[in-house]
Ligand binder design. Sequence first.
Ligand code: FAD
Length: 469
Amino acid sequence: MSETYDVVVVGAGPAGYVAAIRAAQLGLKTACVESGSYEGGLGGTCLNWGCIPAKALLESAALAHNLQHHGARMGVKPVQVEYDFPAAVKRSRIITRKLTAGVKYLLGKNKVDIVEGRGRLAGAGRVAVDAEGDDRELATRNVILATGSVMKTFPGFELDGEKVIGSREALGLQELPRRMAIVGAGFVGVEFADVFNAFGVEVTLIEALDTLVPFEDPEIGKALERSFRKRGIRNLTNTRVKELDRESSPMVLTVVNPDGSETAEETDIVLMAVGRRPVTEHLGLDDNGVELEDGFIRIDKWCRTSAEGVYAIGDVAGQPMLAHVGSHEGIIAAEHIAGVARHPVNYGNIPSVGYCHPEVASIGMSQAQAEEAGYEVVTGKYPLGAHGRALTAEAADGFVKIVADAQYGEVLGVHMIGHNVSELVAEVGMARELETTLDEIVAHAHAHPSMAEAVMEAAFAALGRSIHM
Ligand code: FAD
């Protein structure tokens, strides 16, 4: 052991590397340990095998879909669209490499020591790094655990990398199957359904709960289902997968239908998208007094664990498992260590986005949640069917629904599906940080024509003063 660090961050995903940079900015001597294991490397799952490559493929998918289905109508007639999925994958890997190199540059620029190897707690003030022959121990005043998460699966559906794959394999497929069954219709499942449908694969999406994106407002799930159906994606909701015969060719997937009957579905590949579990193993948590809750590391509002001087952030520290939550927690943990933290994470105001087409985005409470919380609720819904900007983009599917407090007009939540709604959610998030009311939203002249006008129109609708409806 040489000199003592102020902070050692274990894991360099969007939670860990952001924490390390912020800590270093605040004058703390900082190291960031990264094992490159699981789905990681500098930039973590997000940059390597998650958010970024998935969004790159979704952009390729949108181009393929638009050329084929809207091109002629929009005055661009493709001679013949040919799919080249390996080229799309190659592009996604180039973007990933550029961004992960950027993380390395930023850590270096901020004088964070990058330590390669697998980190674990090794007693008070110590982190052991196992690095195959180059094991070492780091002395530190504080540790931030940011080890992220890995894909979940269940018995009978273990990944084999060929017939049953996870998101990582899906992001690197070199040959497309004719048929694909996707198990799980959360954001990851619907994004892959979008990608592979656009590249000509026959996609069946299987979801055990009532709707697609089941943790969103039910109206959103239903609207996405309609839109996907129009594109030829088969949606089996309220349907459970029971067993898979991998030996038959094609494979046979037995599903349990909503009425309890069973159907045998033929498929060439199964993509599991049933969620992720936190990486808590081999970290020495038990021996060092770090407690878990529901499998995640338990943290308080400043991201402190039950062990003195040990913080946890990102996917390993609980829901919502999203990159921006991890980064935000990283900043708060670093600032708390430096003694300059001002406010904890506002978990009630976290945007959720699914980047399928149409996009899905929400923030704050659903109508049902707001009513349950005792609010007298008013809602305003603005459909995109006659919205100028949506029509010009040949994307008139969807709506914006705003949920507000009837008495004061405070915006309690927004739920949207449609073109570029991933960008609209930022306006509402900021509005809610500032406790903005419906009146204040409509007081701002939103640029015309823009998708952002749809938020203003939904606010007008909630006020009973619709202009364009
Ligand atoms: P990770 O990104 O998982 O990083 C953890 C890092 O720690 C890894 O690099 C790992 O190698 C390293 N590590 C683990 N154990 C050790 C150890 N003992 N020692 C050293 N290093 C270790 N989220 C969004 O917000 N938006 C999206 O659009 C989005 N799309 C996604 C698409 C897909 C296909 C997937 C799979 C996920 C997506 N996510 C998205 C989720 C997002 O990737 C995660 O929420 C985010 O990466 C979590 O960040 P993290 O830093 O907590 O963990």
